[in-house]
Design a binder for this molecule. Structure first.
Ligand code: PFF
Length: 440
């Protein structure tokens, strides 16, 4: 394995993983999921889900990846469990599926970058979003987004990903902080904070069957879990690093950015009198222009900065999704990287056509991914790590971590086998009920 690439720097790995985690899931999906699922109640359950499920599960994927030094599917072979390759394959399939509609939303973002120059979205933001989000234009911009993703993946890990993400994370945080500070000065801020930050426990209990799976799904989606992405990325980490520290850093940064996006979007929506419940997938696309239109030219500049940053975040996440499949084929079947990227990118483009063409498909693709594919994939990985490779897993988590992990690693294993496993099983069951529309 001496000649296998590893991350040039530890920061490189953290930034690339954060780059995968932070994306449309934080800035586009999190605000509208929060809005659809009761505001602060959702936020609270989501935060619990990140700590109780997300963090142990991200460590599980890290352990598999670093132990095997192989990406997704090959990892299970290398660990002597070829039967479990199916788990890697499921992750890869989930990645394909997800990327297909993720790219459509990425296309919307590119459209908004362009529209920031002319201010086209200022006049009637709701109508503007309605007009560009489905139909021939949405298809065209979906194609542009996929072409960008393919271009970056074609140039390989170091060249493409590490470089792109170094600048992105600090710029996202700065721009969101600036916008959140601006949002705090608006008339709707108080009402927005109340909606977003003070949970009504009664409402959580009453709506648990829908809020809990939605929040768990969002936590997994947002941390890029269940897609074998973190397995793949961790396969390039050296043995001198503490996986635990990396996991906590990534989960904390990712969650912080999602919450920050909420602190931007909700004050803007409330100030404009737009109800969060009805905003749906257009929430952030309608909120931003509505807020910025009052600022004239400055509004266009800020809009441009915002959508450019969102585009970078979307790209670095999408890259990680495609990278998993490409690196598997390149590692195991000796295919050529550039060609593989182009062929796979085209397949993903075709799969995304329904989501780009007609309303409703995007939401359906998203619920199948987040409600089913992803929790099932995470469930299998957690089971694998907790029961099949238990001893090796604890050993791997300890590697490079110093004595601190001596107690924490067994505790983590225990959590995986009990709380995490049960919680994910519960999520899958509830999601299945919700997806089939059966009463819960
Ligand atoms: N975590 C990304 C986001 O929140 O936008 C989405 C994502 C990227 C999910 C990569 C899965 C993945 F493998």
């Amino acid at each position: 394995m001496a000649d296998r690439e590893t991350w040039a720097t530890r920061l490189g790995f953290i930034l690339a993983s954060v780059g995968s985690a932070v994306g449309l899931g934080n800035i586009w999906r999190f605000p509208f999921q929060t809005a659809t699922n009761g505001g602060a109640a959702f936020l609270l359950v989501y935060l619990v889900a990140v700590v109780v499920i997300g963090l142990p599960a991200i460590l599980a994927e890290f352990v598999v990846g670093r132990r095997a030094e192989r990406s997704a599917i090959g990892a299970f072979d290398r660990l002597g469990r070829p039967g479990w390759r199916a788990v890697g394959a499921l992750g890869v399939f989930a990645g394909f599926w997800t990327l297909s509609y993720y790219s459509v939303v990425g296309g919307w973002v590119i459209r908004y970058v362009g529209a920031s120059f002319t201010g086209a979205y200022f006049g009637a933001p709701n109508e503007y979003f309605g007009a560009i989000s489905v139909g021939p234009e949405a298809v065209a911009f979906h194609a542009v987004f996929m072409a960008l993703v393919v271009g970056i993946v074609a140039f390989g890990i170091e060249g493409g990903i590490e470089r792109a993400t170094k600048l992105m994370v600090p710029s996202i945080v700065l721009i969101l902080l600036g916008l959140a500070a601006y949002g705090a000065t608006l008339s709707g801020a108080a009402e927005a904070y109340d909606y977003f930050l003070s949970p009504d426990v009664g409402a959580i209990v009453a709506n648990a069957p829908s809020v809990v799976p939605a929040a768990v799904g969002q936590a997994l989606f947002s941390l890029s879990l269940g897609f074998a992405v973190m397995i793949t990325y961790a396969s390039y980490i050296g043995d001198d690093e503490s996986l635990g520290v990396d996991g906590v850093t990534i989960a904390a940064t990712n969650t912080f950015i999602g919450v920050l996006a909420g602190l931007v979007v909700f004050p803007l929506l409330f100030t404009q009198g737009v109800s969060p419940e009805t905003s749906g997938p257009g929430a952030v696309f309608v909120a931003m222009p509505t807020a910025l239109s009052a600022l004239g030219l400055l509004g266009r500049v800020l809009g441009l900065a915002f959508f450019l940053v969102v585009l970078t975040a979307a790209l670095s996440s999408a890259i990680s999704l495609l990278e998993v499949v490409v690196s598997y084929l390149v590692d195991n079947h000796g295919t050529e990287r550039k060609r593989t990227s182009a062929v796979l990118g085209s397949v993903v483009f075709l799969l995304g056509l329904p989501s780009a063409w007609a309303e409703g498909w995007l939401g359906w693709f998203d619920s199948v991914a987040v409600g089913l594919l992803l929790p099932v994939a995470v469930l299998l990985v957690v089971f694998f790590v907790g029961w099949v490779m238990a001893e090796d897993a604890v050993d791997e988590l300890r590697t490079g971590a110093g004595d601190r992990m001596d107690d924490l690693a067994p505790a983590w294993l225990w959590a995986l086998r009990t709380v995490v496993l049960l919680a994910v099983v519960g999520t899958v069951a509830l999601s299945l009920f919700n997806l089939t529309g059966a009463p819960v």
